[in-house]
Ligand binder design. Sequence first.
Ligand code: CAO
Length: 480
Amino acid sequence: MAKKKPQKAKQAKAKTAAKKSARKVVKFTAPKKANGNGKSNNLPKPSSKPYGQDGKALTGVRILDFTHVQSGPTCTQLLAWFGADVIKVERPGVGDITRGQLRDVPGADSLYFTMLNHNKRSITIDSKHPQGMRVLNALLIKTCDVLVENFAPGALDRMGLTWDYIHKLNPRMIVASVKGFGPGPYEDCKVYENVAQCAGGAASTTGFREGPPLVTGAQIGDSGTGLHLALGIVSALYQRIRSGRGQKVLCAMQDGVLNLARVKLRDQQRIAKGPLTEYSQYGEGVPFGKAVPRAGNDSGGGQPGWILKCKGWESDPDAYTYFITQAPAWGAICDVIGKPEWKTDPDYATPKARLPKLKAIFATIEQWTMTKTKFEVMDICNAVDIPVGPILSMKEIAEDESLRKTGTVVEVDHPTRGKYLSVGNPIKLSDSISEVKRSPLLGEHTDEILTDVLGFKANEVAEIKNSGALSAPKKEEKAA
Ligand code: CAO
């Protein structure tokens, strides 16, 4: 018993610290006891409200959003769609640099910004001003569960917001960061999308064998990493229920891209054991080198596929279909393209026999697809279980009624730019319905956050404002 006393004292101390850091808004409490099956007997009662009417998945979670450009904002936008209260801290006068980038409407926030910052609130704070730090400290201690940032390496520390400092202020705080590279030789580098695509192995494995490495239009470095980070944050929030403490969450863009390119690392190991037979270069008799080659439009799995021309391809750059010669569909493919004899011909009947002839086989299939529109190909092939997919232009996607119905493409109204299209939450939860709310204007919620969230009195708000910590330096005001 005597030995256990210091342990008890420690626990009591930890409890007091946890109590001190407990905020009004978030009440994640660990279940008190577990029964014999390891299951909690102290779980909240099931909701009596109908699906979709009992708040959102992350209701009660508050995020100090110190993100900018694309990777970080993607993450915090997802959290906001799931109901987190995301408070975006922006530099006075300027804000997130993307507000002014690629502007299509003079004076209005760019689509770059509006499409990445829905459902958030904006406060302007100069983090390098003592009064600005006072507000940040209040956000850190009093109300927020997670700080998310994607500054250049070291920038957060230079503001004085080191992990030790934050953790001391609020032991429950989760600090989540996107960086270009993880610890190692490149950890200090600034990184943008395409750098990550190159460093993560995507570019070297994308494109045609005869051409240079290629980046993809999908933002796998920025948005892909933001998505990874969001999962890290909700995992850390879940662990905090049990542990009572926050932790650091780091997602390097190189790592995120590599995770998405993992099938290529798979192939890198297979190449040492022999040629990659599903790559069309194998059928063409082109020897493999030491590293995974670019595979053009070959499908990444064991089912050969290629992009084929459809009716109208001469004038429409997107009149193409992706066509997969999945083994179980081979008979149907032969019938559809008018080559029923291939079903029994030993030179064509098995996947192995077809491998060396894939280029010629796809050329024959293309003779058929060129007689149909990509949507006709879709209808005819799907009716007999042949996997195909039309190459959709962004124009076609923007006009797609079914995507509008599911809320994946949404029309949003904005006070300075008017109506615009955006991508809504691609993740659908049946009991946590996402509504897309317009992005905030710069500093739009500064006053309500100072008073309603942080509880500063009128004289304190005036003191902070008069100090200049929340407004642009005079020179910038003149230039604007
Ligand atoms: N008040 C005062 N200063 C602020 C501030 C605020 N509210 N918000 C930001 N700043 C300051 C930072 O403290 C930093 O100052 P110091 O360099 O003096 O410490 C400065 O603004 C610039 O921050 P930054 O270095 O992050 O910005 P940058 O434009 O030079 O670099 C980027 C941009 C994206 C290359 C870099 O942030 C980065 O590498 N981030 C991590 C990887 C990442 O997310 N990349 C994806 C970008 S999306 O394509």
